[in-house]
Design a protein around this ligand. Structure first.
Ligand SMILES: [Zn+2]
Ligand SMILES: [Zn+2]
Length: 391
């Protein structure tokens, strides 16, 4: 297998991508090598039928390679394109394997240093107020992995026409049996339609299913402004994957995302003229469609709590943390008890007030106000309780 290690010209150490200097750096002697970034090389490709028919992930099999530093046999995952020797820590970049499938157009280099992730993890777990307190001590630096994940991005111009039903509110009043005027709001529905137009830029679709989809959807939000032109040097010291999701399938997903956005726009458009909206239907034409293949930085880690494994993803550009965590039964019970106490208090309180009102003329209207009041009180007490809970 064709593999490359970036040796330091000064001391022979293995150079790895360094977040702070955004260059290749030798950990022994601090020698730095600038990575060539030619932004003009990041081009959008036309999304042709041919591209969609031919850009397909091939079946790959696990391979073995020999570590040139320590001689160990390393098992390389079928989709990995940058690996570390588990015995001596040497970094290998399998650039050929990456480029065999399709040369990435761009890469967002890691912006968050490995050493900062522990701090981000602690802050995240501290903010999950239902998580047991012990979780804070479960972060293990050794379980952290930084990998470049492949994505497809799509651009398109969309012209759409929509139909919908718009609702207008109207207040009707009538005299009740007791001589008082009652009023209520009714909605009249009218058919409506309109045109919408939008240019989409860099709609991201993951090209690998290696990581938890739900977590990745939340953690995998990247700003493409920091995109650099592709160079395998960025992968040194990290893991990297080649794509396993076909361009065609990813395009379908991107279209669904764009259609969803157009529907949202149509809804907002209707609400400019009406009070309510329903039954929105959009027909859109997409033109000038282009795509890019890019690599995005993600840290993955996991921790074990009471025999169960929980996964956590950290965005390597923004530092956003998304992960699974257990909810403490004791904390949930404490909150349930507190809520129950509040409801009981409110009930006693509003019950007392109602009794006072029995003396006066009692009508439906004042009772409604009373209920609304107690709901507010409950909410205010909630906030207070949340803040005072031991974390
Ligand atoms: Zn060196
Ligand atoms: Zn080795």
């Amino acid at each position: 297998m064709n593999s490359k290690t970036y040796y330091c010209e000064n001391c022979g150490g293995i150079m790895e991508f360094d977040v702070e200097s955004q260059s290749l750096k030798c950990p022994n002697c601090d020698t730095e090598i600038h990575i060539l970034n030619e932004k003009e090389r990041i081009v959008e490709h036309s999304l042709t039928k041919h591209a969609m028919q031919t850009i397909r992930a091939e079946e790959k099999t696990t391979q073995t390679m020999e570590c040139t530093s320590c001689g160990a046999k390393i098992e390389v995952d079928s989709t990995s394109t940058a690996v570390e020797c588990p015995y001596c820590g040497s970094s290998y970049v399998l650039a050929q394997k990456q480029e065999d499938s399709i040369v990435p157009d761009g890469v967002i280099p890691f912006q968050i240093d490995k050493n900062r992730v522990g701090e981000l993890f602690h802050r995240w777990i501290k903010g999950r107020w239902l998580a047991p307190g012990e979780l804070r001590h479960l972060y293990q630096k050794e379980r952290l992995q930084g990998i470049y994940l492949p994505y497809w991005t799509f651009d398109a111009k969309a012209d759409g026409r929509y139909t919908a039903m718009g609702g207008r509110h109207r207040t009707v009043t009538r005299k009740g049996a007791d001589g008082k005027t009652e009023s209520k709001v009714v909605t009249d529905w009218y058919p409506t339609s309109g045109n919408i137009r939008r240019a989409f830029d860099d709609v991201l679709v993951p090209a690998s299913r290696k990581l938890d989809e739900g977590l990745l959807r939340k953690a995998g939000v990247f700003g493409t402004g920091q995109m650099a032109s592709y160079s395998p040097e960025y992968f040194s010291g990290y893991g990297a994957e080649c794509y396993t999701v076909d361009l065609d399938d990813a395009h379908g997903e991107a279209l669904r995302t764009m259609e969803h956005e157009l529907e949202k726009m149509a809804r907002e458009d209707v609400l400019r003229r009406f009070d309510e909206v329903r039954d929105v239907r959009v027909r859109a034409d997409f033109r000038d469609e282009t795509y890019k293949h890019v690599m995005m930085p993600i840290y993955t880690t996991a921790y074990t709590y009471k025999g169960k494994q929980y996964h956590v993803l950290i965005n390597g550009q923004s530092g956003i943390v998304e992960g699974d965590y257990p909810k403490s039964p004791a904390k949930i019970a404490a909150i349930a008890a507190a809520v129950l106490a509040v409801i009981l208090l409110v009930w006693v309180f509003s019950g007392g007030r109602k009794e006072e009102q029995y003396g006066e003329t009692r009508n439906e209207w004042t009772e409604e106000i009373c209920v609304a009041d107690s709901e507010n009180e409950e909410e205010m007490t909630w906030v207070y309780l949340e803040d005072s809970l031991p974390m």
